[in-house]
Unconditional design. Structure first.
Lengths: 214, 723
């Protein structure tokens, strides 16, 4: 049984959803991590930073959450090569913390977008490798991924482009929906896998992603 | 020094929104003397139409509101119904019309915040939102600004607080040009271990604890503002609109639910209209016990605030709790954990009077029941215009090329794509579907949410419109296998001092209640918004409803197949139209063509009930692959809306296209297997044709592709509001 920590910041609102989705995945066990408390990095097999408006998106999305005590332990855990997954706001937090390259800016339309999106899994040769197409919901106001051209080139060469949109909804550079760090153990994506884990939700492709923790 | 002390009596009456008769009554209540400054403030807010329901109460008490499934007490913030297996839901709908017209973004945002507090103040976790919006006609003043302001306000607040919007209805009509409607619905969930929390104080000696955001000057006199008609000076009322902070609300939800789950607070009340005044008075009157309230202990954002302003502030995200003094420390530590403040501001008394203190002095002592229950009750004169069939009027054969790009017929996706429809991971059907569906966490059974009220039908006849506010959602639920379970309403009307408008209020409400009783779906909560009038122009009477239904079948991979979708599912299916040919009317097409309104026939709720009872078991069994109520622009428009991306329709040659453009109550479209036959019934059944895979609607020589329809629908929206 692998133990996966689920971080809870003030204001996080997809925490319970991903907690339940992790707990429902065979072979995974979910544990809460409170923002003020550091944890023993050796005790966990992986961490999820959930989506949803930590600190009300004040200052910049993810900026405040990236500086709280629990993130010191997350960074330590990432340093041990263990799996870290940031979803939506969690992706923004990981970028703000510097654990993932790039930034997430206001959507090109300047509006919040809620929709289903079709994603293409890119070749990464990593524990996060997925195959083919995956359909998952997106719900964000600031999901437009950006990195400078030279970083983008090296990310491509290194297999750090993880997921791309088949119909770019937000103006992200190179249709990017999800990326990996250079060590390929830290992953971030804007779509919500936890909202696609039962057929009654409209799809089950999110499960494939969570199973990568195994 | 307060300027109001320099006012003449006449100026004071205007400032505080009291009539001179009400002023005399108030003086009598306090013991035949002049009102103190504080008392002026108390009477002003508690006797406002918004807080006292003084024009509507005599009619509301006759509504069908009780049944075996209702488990909430009277006088609580929302109604609660039992769904069996220990699961219950609390829900309510509320208007934020006036603030949203003055300041659309904050007005709509705080409307969402307010309705959420009504739900979680009772111990229920909010799991769904919905909204009913009415705006002015194409080209009306500020239309674009109002629509985008209201939509982004709802989006801003609900997305951040993390409650999904799962359904919505948006109407456009010229009577809303200068008075839009923003009605927000919220639904909260109780699992088998969760308790319903009351707002009524019960134990003398208990501490009164103020929790949440600090009090500021925003929203002072908001309740009385919302109880007046608009005039040219409405611009100046912007400071009476409150400012919302959804981050704070989220923290308040988590901390309050934690306190309630641990059973630490005996009663909880949110501070809504008229802020701490109405919350403390309601807690006190409900429990029959008085309170001591020390205003100098209230956390302030602005230290210059005087007692009157503190009493009337409508600053958002605040609650009042009463608890055993022994629990105070534990409550404080829970709020501290969530980054919020909890401060003891008073205690529950053995006597029934409320005593208000300011810097050591008692500034007011009053029996709240005298104000709340002694509030004026008006039996406003009313005139009812009963439904009479139109003598003239004929079927409208509208121009097909116009309908999709018209304001009424165009896409609404621009609106709901800005709402998070899936946060909470319970959404089964989102705003694209006419019925929003969430799956209950413990039992896995689906709950359906459908809004009702067609302003155009209300204009034709308040009686028919009143019936339809309930019947139309009931049909929509039934064709998906849901039983209408309970109802909430939001009654938006013009000036009640006009006998015609009061007549529309009385007659539509009566019909709604009748329909609810027939379906045994009680009206468990609601809100009245009167004085929707600007410079003499009254809105179309709009008794909006939200009917909550319940499908008694666990939703899993297997039963999901049985839940009818709202768009076609399979090429080769047969398309049936089943109807209760009761009423044919001019409808939305008539409105688009600017022709006179007419209606032929009657509306019999019993026939509609039989129709629902016939279809519901079939829908539950999985007989329908997809189903949809025929609504605006008739069956033709409904068929096109079911085509989605993948399918088309071939209409049979014996079904003339013009017959599919009539608007009738009630018709439904059902997609069934090619060899399926409905059981024997008394309704009119027409075999319309088949679902095709060519993404085109064909009827004789007429053809239109799904892509063309979609393009026109988007263009229609863009033409008015931009991309």
């Amino acid at each position: 049984m692998k133990k996966i920590g689920v971080v809870r910041f003030l204001g996080t609102n997809c925490d319970q959803d991903i907690f339940d989705a992790v707990a429902a995945t065979e072979g995974l066990q979910a544990e809460w991590l409170w923002y003020e408390d550091k944890f023993e990095a050796g005790d966990l097999d992986g961490v999820v930073i959930p989506g949803g408006f930590s600190y009300g998106d004040y200052l910049r999305c993810g900026a405040l959450a990236s500086k709280v005590p629990v993130m010191d332990s997350v960074e330590e855990l990432a340093g041990l090569g263990k799996a870290v997954l940031g979803i939506c706001n969690g992706f923004q937090v990981l970028c703000e913390r510097g654990l993932l390259p790039g930034v997430l800016m206001r959507n090109e339309s300047l509006k919040f977008i809620d929709d289903w999106s079709v994603l293409k899994a890119e070749k990464t040769e990593s524990p996060w490798s997925l195959e083919g197409e995956l359909t998952m919901p997106i719900a964000h106001g600031e999901g437009r991924y950006f990195v400078p051209a030279d970083t983008l080139e090296s990310m491509k060469k290194n297999g750090q482009i993880w997921l791309t949109y088949s119909d770019n909804p937000n103006g992200s550079v190179d249709d990017i929906a999800g990326v990996l760090n250079a060590g390929k153990n830290v992953a971030g994506l804007m779509p919500h896998p936890e909202r696609a884990v039962n057929s009654w939700m409209g799809g089950t492709d999110g499960r494939k992603l969570l199973e990568r923790f195994l | 020094m307060d300027v109001s002390s320099l006012m003449t009596l006449e100026e004071k009456l205007k400032h505080y929104g009291l009539s001179s008769d009400e002023h005399s009554l108030a003086k009598k209540i306090v013991g035949d003397r002049d009102l103190s400054q504080i008392e002026w403030a108390l009477f002003s807010s508690l006797w406002s139409e918004h807080c006292s329901y003084k024009s509507s109460k005599v009619h509301l008490k006759n509504l069908y509101g009780k049944s075996d499934v209702v488990v909430s007490e009277d006088g609580e913030n929302a109604g609660v119904v039992d769904l069996g297996l220990g699961e219950r839901v609390a829900f309510k709908m509320e208007s934020h019309n006036h603030p949203s017209f003055i300041e659309p973004f904050q007005g709509a945002a705080t409307g969402v915040g307010g309705i959420l507090r009504d739900i979680f103040t009772m111990g229920a976790r909010p799991i769904a939102l919905s909204n009913y919006l009415c705006f002015g006609e194409a080209g009306s003043d500020r239309l674009e600004n109002l629509v985008s302001g209201v939509v982004s306000g709802i989006s801003f607040y609900s997305n951040c607080v993390g409650v999904p919007n799962i359904s919505g209805q948006t109407e456009f009509n010229k009577t809303y040009n200068t008075n839009n409607l923003v009605n927000a619905f919220a639904l909260g969930y109780y699992g088998k271990d969760d308790k319903i929390v009351s707002s009524k104080i019960k134990t003398p000696g208990h501490s009164v604890v103020y929790v949440g955001a600090k009090t500021g000057k925003d929203g002072v006199h908001g309740a009385s503002m919302a109880s007046e008609s608009f005039d040219e000076g409405s611009e100046a009322k912007r400071p009476t609109v409150q400012i919302g902070d959804p981050f704070f609300e989220k923290l308040l939800i988590e901390s309050c639910l934690e306190v309630m789950k641990k059973g630490l607070a005996e009663s909880v009340q949110d501070m809504g209209a008229a802020g701490i005044t109405s919350s403390s008075f309601e807690m006190s009157v409900g429990g029959g016990l008085g309170l001591e309230l020390d205003l100098s202990r209230v956390p302030l954002r602005d230290q210059t605030m005087n007692p009157e302003e503190i009493l009337l502030s409508e600053s958002q995200e605040r609650m009042l709790m009463a608890c055993d003094p022994a629990n105070v420390d534990q409550i404080k530590s829970i709020f501290t954990k969530w980054g919020l403040e909890a401060v003891v501001v008073g205690k529950v008394r053995r006597e029934k009077e409320i005593q208000i203190f300011w810097k050591g002095d008692m500034v007011c002592e009053i029996d709240p029941a005298n104000i709340v229950e002694g509030a004026p009750r008006y039996e406003r004169p009313y005139e009812i215009a009963p439904w009479e069939e139109s003598k003239t009027g004929e079927s409208t054969d509208y121009d097909l090329s116009k309908v999709f790009s018209s304001l009424q017929g165009c896409s609404r996706e621009w609106i709901f794509n800005q709402y998070d429809q899936r946060v909470g991971a319970k959404t089964v059907a989102d705003c694209l579907s006419p019925i929003g569906i969430v799956r209950l966490p413990e039992s896995g059974r689906p709950l359906g949410v459908v809004l009702g009220c067609r302003p155009l039908l209300m204009e034709l006849s308040p009686e028919l419109g009143g019936y339809d506010s309930v019947l139309s959602p009931a049909v929509q639920l039934s064709i998906k296998g849901f039983k209408p379970w309970a109802v909430t309403d939001c009654l938006n009307f013009g000036n009640p001092q006009k006998s015609g408008i009061m007549g529309e209020f009385v007659s539509s409400l009566r019909r709604m209640s009748e329909a609810c009783e027939l379906f045994e779906a009680p009206i468990i909560s609601g809100n009245v918004s009167l004085y929707n009038e600007t410079e003499g122009q009254n809105i179309t009477s709009t008794p909006a409803t939200c009917v909550v239904g319940f499908r008694d079948q666990v939703l899993d991979d297997e039963t999901l197949e049985k839940l009818p979708e709202s768009s076609f599912k399979e090429a080769g299916s047969k398309i049936l139209m089943v109807e209760t040919p009761q009423l044919t009317w001019s409808g939305y097409a008539g409105d688009m063509e600017a022709s006179e309104k007419w209606g032929k026939g009657e509306l019999d709720p019993q026939v509609t009930k039989d129709f629902c009872d016939f279809l519901r078991p079939l829908a539950l069994e999985g007989d329908f692959k997809s189903s949809k109520l025929v609504s605006k622009f008739g069956a033709f428009y409904t068929l096109t809306s079911m085509m989605d991306d993948d399918f088309g329709v071939k209409i049979k040659s014996n079904v003339p296209l013009p017959s599919l453009k009539q608007e009738k109550l009630y018709q439904v479209i059902l997609e069934v297997d090619a060899d399926y036959e409905l059981p024997k019934n008394d309704f009119k059944v027409t075999d319309l044709g088949v679902v095709t895979s060519d993404q085109t609607l064909t009827s004789g020589d007429f053809q239109i592709t799904g892509e063309e329809i979609r393009k026109q629908k988007y263009k229609g929206w863009e033409k008015h509001f931009g991309a």
